[in-house]
Design a binder for this molecule. Sequence first.
Ligand SMILES: Cc1ncc(C[n+]2csc(CCOP(=O)(O)OP(=O)(O)O)c2C)c(N)n1
Length: 634
Amino acid sequence: MAKSKKTSVDRRGFLKGAAAGAAALVAKPELASAQQAAAPNRGANGSAAEPTQVALARETGGRPAESSRVIEHPGSDYMVDVIKSLNIEYLAANPGSTYESLHESLINYGDNKMPEFLTCCHEESAVAMAHGYAKIEGKPMMALIHGDIGLQHASMAIYNAYVDRVPIYMVVGNHSDGARRNAGVQSLHSAQDLGALVRDYTKWDDEPLSLGHFAETAVRAYNIAMTPPGGPVLIVCNAEIQGDPIQGPTPRIPKLTLTTAPSGDLAAVQQAAKLLIDAERPQIVAQRMARTPEGMALLVELAELLQAPVNSQERMNFPTRHPLAGTGWQGYQPDVTLSLEVGDILPQARTDRSRGAKTINITAVSLSHKSNIQDFGHYADIDLDIGADAQATLPALIEEVKKELTADRKRALQARGVKLAEAHKKAWDDQILQAQYGWDSSPVSLARLSAELWPLIKNEDWSLVSPQGFIGNWPNRLWKFDKHYQYIGGQGAGGMGYGAPAAVGAALANRKHGRLSVSIQTDGDLNYAPGVLWTAAHHRIPLLTIMHNNRGYHQEVMFVEEQAALHNRGGDRSHIGTKLWDPNIDYAKMAQAYGMHGEGPITNPDDLVPALKRGLEIVKKGEPAMIDVVTQPR
Ligand SMILES: Cc1ncc(C[n+]2csc(CCOP(=O)(O)OP(=O)(O)O)c2C)c(N)n1
């Protein structure tokens, strides 16, 4: 363990700061007495023996007015050593006293101040940032969370990441020892079993009782988060372990060895290869498949061997302009479907069954179900269910296909490939035609927005860091995606409020690679927790946010209209409870208020390109910027 650098000079600074804190108290006597009543005394680690003046200064001025206690080597210093051993690059946090000792160690202890500490305005933002980051970088970032209250704020984002099978490394503070915590916030913000709040949708959680236990848990948690199917993990970190001095030699930090991903049983893989080779019209549906860039290369190889169309969803796993991208020619009725990491297999399996087609499923999710949350969907009777990570299984499947493919069959498949390539080209041409509808309309069409943006970024090293479901999938339909980091996919569990922070997290991951991050941001989503814009500005995270400002929760407008039709009533009141107008939200001002360039609202489509260019210039200089565009609903 590296030695603490605390010196006598530090100590003098400590006392000077304490005096300033006390002076602030004198200036606000009413505050002091109110807090005296509300906050009982506590020691650095929750002991009830600290003088009132010290406790008050802690609550208001930050440092105690006087204290005889100095903890030279708190447990949290060792925790930082453990965390650094995992090479976690960033942590996102909204501050809170349940992890105050760890917070201080993270920012002050040791020479190398990794991981970088990102200040967040909401715990949901911290976790969703980690979600977006992991989808680009393929590894977890840390979210540091304050007690039961912070964890409740974080829960929506945790749930999204859980369903999306994305690794997130979460540490939450807690005052576990009932005898040592005080009766105020330390009790209110603590729990007997804190992990229980989110256990239904975290992959694993633990509450270590000693530093040695923390070290094992911390390394194990990282491994569990990364083992496919990935997921968020939670370490409940007691204030006592953080703040108590380290006694004796520190425990050894275990070595991290990642568990290999499970690959499919060979007999089942051979059966799958045969079904796919013999199929007349196979299709591949790739959803959460491709954890790394190699995943995309493997899928391309398999598709080309089989000459099968690939319907890519939720991840950047197949190039959009590849001749096999898509769902085949018009009327292409698959007789065998290969599903790769598909969340809810039933719709596909039911369609396949209805036409006598066969379904093959490869997913590691079947190996790790939980009970309460129903994200596993319906039970589907499929023909071949391979419980394994799809990416890890593809090399064996490719080998088997190569072995079984005769020259005759290869020729037949090539002929199908020619037809599929024609269908792909036709589909592209159709998209370009469709994008022209409403080209000059105001509000601006999403097709035009996407089409105008493309030439401005296509020669850059770009990355789309926002979902596409609510923007008509226009980028997918018009742009050429061919790199693994060019798209981050959707929310996971459909929880709104993911888009804005996930974009910032993904842009953070892109920053060190010098990539240009662009987000087409829906307005309803941003308004859950817009403070993440400040985080982007404060930490100089380059990101162009283009508001898809349809002034409402349009998905819900459509639902209410559908119900009105079902109930045989008019839809003229469907805006009630669903629109964000009167007053219109001024996103340019919002961006400016949070400290970044903001302009708009753009209503004339001809003003779009100059504004996008200005925004891109700023982003290329390393800053975030926002362009507000008033858009068609979808
Ligand atoms: C946390 C959460 N609350 C509510 C919903 C219900 N919901 C689904 S879509 C949607 C509207 C989102 O609005 P916006 O992001 O502006 O996209 P738009 O529908 O306008 O395209 C809402 C509120 C949800 N999915 N998640």
